[in-house]
Design a protein around this ligand. Structure first.
Ligand SMILES: Nc1ncnc2c1ncn2[C@@H]1O[C@H](COP(=O)(O)OP(=O)(O)OP(=O)(O)O)[C@@H](O)[C@H]1O
Length: 702
């Protein structure tokens, strides 16, 4: 490529687009040939397998060749998809970098992935995660450096460019001298909300880039204001880590603990969009539910607890709930466990065929030799020891049936192996109300007992670390208790990205996990604070700020409508008013009845209309009622409950706690006038969900 072409974004776009087309055509041929080859291999196998050598060597060779071909095809397929995306917008940035000692700057174009004319050739476009691309995010014009595999590369940035390309056409391209030009950022943020979180590669900010590219710290904790980009940054960080450590880190090695199914859906497309495979996501409550099978068939989740709190819990019940999730609870369990050894087992002389152990011998084994083994597993360690002795002495292995008979005898030395019953002993010992004494099928754990029972289970039976998970992401960190973190520490010893916002605690009391995380994870933690918020207009951000008295936040100067607060006499009146303010894009939306003339009028002016709106209520019952009412009026009404797994365009009716992590163009909060610390927290979460417009409706007390 001629040097002059590289200097002109438009010329470069034309040339690189041609090359992308060529590459895509060649890849399509390779893919077709590869597919044909796979079919031939299958055909060859079926025609010849009866004649293959008896040792299976030929069969093995064939299988290997087939596997190799399938992998090669998968790789080509991934490359094809990436280049297809790149054909639409090949690059978004450019840095002209003059290496120290050189005479002329080298030009680097930056895009969503690397692109070279052929494998191994110098890239024409650099992946945003490539070392050199760091220059684009971290520096203005002037002295700059980046870390290449061979060491630090020093020099100076002579120019930086920003481009917007769509459908292969240049929308704009200009030289910018500010980091990531504020106007561009405002433009991006001024757009309407989507039902999926956007990728931010074009406008990653320097402080965000530091987090994304951090590979040094084992546990990175991000305390970030609402809308500061924590979730976006965590996902871009995963994409970055996957790119940089392809050999050791695969998408299957990453787990995201996310607050809800809808949130998982909301973030699920980012990694594929960034050219990576998707990762596993689940809620910690679901994980607990699965792990508690065998102790209880069902248990409550966090949402049950919040609903209970919203309805008003007694002070004692609230205090008991908090205590059961605290560090103090762990201390109490440890005390209980120390005394449990005596109550849980009744060691008595063991005799089976020629195998014999006196009570004293068993005491020695159980209480001394194997004392490190968790209590509910220890008897089997003793059993293995006894069986081993026998098998060595008589030089024969016990059959399955014999082993089962021996195991039964050892089992009988436990008073119970039922963790539910043991937990009840614990509750009794501490003067707490016990769980109902019912058969397994009828058991149901309330939320306050879910993690306490899980902790007890692990302490009694042990738990191997999840080795396959090499990176754990915990979103909404403020919603996890001390006890939950202690359990997570038992389960995972991998790297972690833990992110959240103490101001968004779903409780009356603000929980600052930063105060206790170092106690649990030790010194390997690095905490980063993100105080700049990007989501809301300045009017909404200022309104939210005064709800919780959070200070020290920075906002982007993006202006919008003032926040409206109204007192209404009833829900129907509020909904009529909301209808008048809804201003959504018309696409296929029908208002079933002319519910409000203003609404129809606004629907007719759709060029500046929004994509998403939310009506947020305090409880599930209220949300369902409003949904049932509104769905008779409009077609674009959606309801999100704890089992939902999709977020759709249009009007979403849901509770404040299920809206966590999501964002909407317009937010309407409908609530009673009661004031409490919990209400304020809920208001804060609701307010910070709004991108452009926020309305609060207070229902008059009857
Ligand atoms: N550098 C950026 N460029 C463009 N948009 C950004 C940038 N950083 C954040 N945003 C946008 O700001 C909004 C908030 O981002 P995100 O949801 O990641 O924040 P958060 O800190 O996880 O929010 P919350 O805790 O309130 O749920 C999103 O619309 C996101 O696209």
């Amino acid at each position: 490529m001629k040097a002059d072409v590289k200097k002109d974004g438009k010329l470069f776009l034309a040339e690189v687009s041609d090359k992308l087309r060529d590459r895509l055509a060649k890849l399509a041929e390779t893919l077709l040939a590869g597919q044909q080859e796979i079919e031939n291999m299958h055909a060859y196998y079926w025609e010849n397998y009866t004649e293959m050598d008896q040792y299976g060597y030929e069969d093995f060779d064939n299988q290997q060749a087939l596997l190799h071909q399938i992998n090669a095809n998968n790789e080509s397929q991934l490359l094809y998809q990436r280049f297809q995306k790149m054909a639409d917008a090949p690059f978004f940035g450019r840095v002209d970098f003059l290496y120290d000692g050189d005479e002329e700057a080298e030009i680097f174009y930056i895009g969503i992935g690397n692109f070279a004319e052929r494998t191994g050739a110098i890239p024409l476009i650099y992946d945003w995660r490539a070392p050199v691309s760091g220059l684009f995010y971290d520096y203005d014009k002037g002295p700059a450096s980046y870390e290449a595999p061979g060491g630090t590369m020093e020099g100076a940035i002579e120019a930086k460019w920003q481009y917007k390309i769509q459908g292969g056409k240049m929308i704009y391209g200009f030289e910018s001298d500010v980091k990531i030009d504020d106007d561009i950022l405002k433009k991006e943020l001024g757009q309407n909300g989507d039902v999926q979180l956007k990728n931010i590669v074009r406008t990653i900010q320097k402080e965000q880039n530091d987090i994304i590219r951090n590979t040094k710290d084992k546990i990175l904790v991000i305390q970030g204001a609402a809308g500061s980009g924590k979730t976006s940054v965590a996902l871009h960080r995963i994409a970055y880590l996957l790119y940089h450590d392809r050999e050791h880190l695969k998408s299957s090695n990453i787990l995201v603990l996310s607050p809800s199914g809808v949130f998982s859906d909301y973030i699920s497309h980012i990694l594929p969009e960034l050219g990576e495979e998707n990762i596993r996501e689940m809620s910690f409550d679901l994980f607990a539910y699965q792990e508690l099978k065998g102790i209880v068939p069902d248990c409550e989740d966090r949402y049950h607890q919040i609903e209970r709190q919203m309805e008003g819990m007694s002070k004692e019940a609230q205090a008991r709930y908090e205590l059961k999730q605290s560090q103090a609870y762990i201390g109490t369990v440890e005390g209980f466990l120390a005394g449990l050894e005596e109550d849980l087992v009744e060691l008595k002389e063991f005799e089976w065929r020629q195998m014999k152990k006196t009570e004293e011998e068993l005491i020695e084994l159980f209480y001394f030799k194997f004392q490190e083994i968790p209590l509910l597993e220890r008897m089997y360690a003793v059993m293995d020891y006894v069986v081993d002795e026998f098998e060595t002495l008589y030089d024969r292995d016990l059959s399955e049936e014999e082993l089962a008979a021996v195991r039964e005898k050892f089992d009988q030395m436990y008073v119970t192996r039922d963790v539910y019953r043991i937990y009840n002993w614990f509750l009794e010992e501490n003067g707490w109300e016990q769980l109902p004494d019912v058969p397994y099928e009828s058991r149901m754990l309330s939320y306050e007992d879910v993690f306490p029972v899980l902790y007890l289970k692990y302490r009694l039976s042990g738990k191997a670390k999840h080795k396959q998970i090499k990176h754990l992401v915990i979103d909404e960190m403020q919603d996890y208790s001390y006890l939950q973190y202690a359990i997570l520490e038992t389960l995972f010893s991998c790297r972690m990205t833990i992110l959240g916002d103490r101001a968004q605690t779903m409780d009356g009391k603000i929980q600052d996990v930063l105060t206790f995380l170092p106690k649990i994870f030790g010194k390997e933690i690095r905490t980063i604070i993100m105080n700049k918020s990007y989501r809301n207009t300045i009017e909404i951000a200022r309104y939210a700020e005064q709800i919780t008295n959070v200070t020290g936040l920075e906002f982007l100067e993006r202006h919008g409508k003032a926040v409206e607060e109204k007192t209404v006499s009833g829900i129907v009146g509020a909904l009529r008013d909301i209808e008048g303010h809804l201003h959504l894009r018309k696409d296929g939306v029908q208002i079933k009845e002319a519910f409000s003339e203003i609404a129809v009028d606004r629907l007719e002016h759709t060029e500046d209309a929004f994509e998403t709106a939310a009506i947020l209520l305090r409880t599930e019952a209220e949300a369902r009622m409003v949904y049932e009412y509104l769905k008779e009026q409009r077609e674009d009404i959606h309801y999100i409950d704890r089992d939902s797994s999709h977020f759709e365009k249009g009007v979403t009716v849901t509770t404040f706690y299920l809206a966590k992590g999501l964002e909407f163009d317009q937010v309407f909060v409908l609530r009673e006038q009661t004031e409490s610390a919990f209400e304020r927290q809920a208001d804060y979460i609701c307010a910070t969900r709004a991108l452009h417009e926020l309305y609060l409706y207070y229902l008059e007390e009857k």
